[in-house]
Design a protein around this ligand. Sequence first.
Ligand code: PLP
Length: 673
Amino acid sequence: MASDIYLDANATSPVLPAAIAAAVDAMEAQFGNPSSSHATGLRARRILDATRARARRVLGAGPGRVLFTSGATEGIQTAVLSALVAVRERRAAGESCGDLLLYGATEHKAVSESLAHWNRLLGMGLTLRALPVDETGRHRLDVLGALAPRAALVCTMAANNETGVISDLDGIARTLRACGSKAYWMVDCVQALGKLPLDLANTRIDYAPFSGHKLHAPKGIGILYVRDGAPYTPLMIGGGQEGGQRSGTENMAGVAALGAVLAALEDGGTFRSHAELAALRDGLAAALREAFPGVVFNAPFEHTLPTTLNFAVPGVSSRDLLDLFDAAGVRVSAGSACSAAKAAPSYVLDAMGLPSWRSSGAVRLSIGPLADDAFVAAACARIRHCGEALRTRALAAGSSGVMQVSGDGRHGWIVFDGDACVVIDPPRGQAGRIAALARDAGLRVLAVLGSGADADGAAELRAALGLETDDPLDWPAACGTVALDDGSHADCIAIGTAVLARLPQGERTVYLLGTADAGRLSRTAVRQVFGAVDANVLARVVHDSTVLCHGADTDGLACATLAASSDAGAPGQLHPETLDVFLRRHADALLVDVREAFEAAAGPMVLHGRAADNVPLSRLAEHVAAWLTAPARPIVFVCRSGNRSAKAAACLRRAGHAHAWTVVGGMALAGAA
Ligand code: PLP
């Protein structure tokens, strides 16, 4: 695979080489404790003082406090604690301080969670209230004006981490001033450092937390600015470091590295200007428009940092887009990195009132101010490649097979051969997708069939395809019959060279797919069965390795065989460090990439010099029987992260293949090249 293109700078950024050098120096040569009074300590102290002096100048901190913290989350805690303790003291002295803790609806969770936590711990009894934003993501100043007289603390970020939307801090300050608010004001400046001008001492802002790792310093170092005269309560007490304001021996490697980043900011020449970054952003936006026609940007460029693009592509989920980009070696995220593991819609975009497809389909692409023209040109080329890969068809006329289509925990099946297909048990809500798959592949839909499980999805699909039928099973009138091995005859239809026979079973129907010979569908010629049926009935008309395709499952495995056993044991697990040896020892092992076809097109999988065959998880039912004919040949399933390959290996193992393996951690850890 080509080298990584990292476009997730709002999550974290690579460390500036000068910052790495400074950190190494602080660990090797200048390793002293800045509180020690000997020369080694004094040399460390010089680094601490120099970094603080730089920070003061870069932030425009004036006489305010500038403290080093472990990052923005700690800075936020400290600010919230300081403000609430002061409110409590003022209240105890009889002053009315307001009953609201007001925070922007699009704030990072560190803010709303800290407010709730400290409000509860300190027994303040204040009410948390989200300040709404408009459709451009900026705070509703009219609502702020109405609520601010009741606010004890107001929290508004300088720029949003998901959308890059820049807050109107002057407008907020004006509004607070106009209503004579005495609320403390915290501004989360994490995404502003190096991207927006800062002159904190000349603002009304009381607290401003920063985080080093968002601007090319390492993780674990941050800054908290506190306005001169604003109340302060230490979060950590102990040895009295940071003038007693934040105890604990300083993270000197982090401080030194941050110092190098601040020096680069102050001295100029390292980071790109706003105008240069805006030009790079325009290039990225043009590449996205070309790659994904119909792409929509979720925040207007005139109000956003030029380093952040948040977009959605109609008809494509953010999960699919992330898989696509990752396969191509392009690292982006859906919303914030903290919520990336949960496939929930973005609360930031929801707060902006965007339609749910844009919020649940959102992808964030962010660059750092170090980005240069060559990097962005390479990123644009890779984005265009992703666009082409996404147009890879999941199905193509002229071949034959079975594809699983899932939705809402149910599974349906598209059976195709030549230029025709039949859909069995389509799940609800999948009609548009199935119709598009068939249309794009040039497949004629001969029938939409139900096994009796749930007819709604079939009715939806028939309506989407304009098929009219009185028969709830939609069985075509023009059908033939085939003889089965139990001596009975069954109605059948031809799909290309295959036949699909139906076996009514009381209220339900079972379908057998295979190749007939001289009017006979013998049990060994039945490749797949659709619909639930008694195993004893089936045993008379199919063979042990016929694949049973279910409409539902409990553990993500939609197909099995008659011989399948639920106590087959877990499939083998190959750990990244053992994969190479395993593949060398088993030269005959089949490497199967179970990612979707568009992912394989975006970045084919090659592991330790071996190219993997691509069999998407949705096409497993088509291949299981063939794999079972060589039960001694190891099959190694791989995917992006190890989830899908674990399902495939478990399925094959249950079907009776003793040598089904999954690569734990997926290709990211397995050294795909
Ligand atoms: N605030 C914003 C806007 C952020 O983007 C982040 C990091 O994602 C944080 C706060 C938390 O920062 P840290 O990782 O330094 O604790």
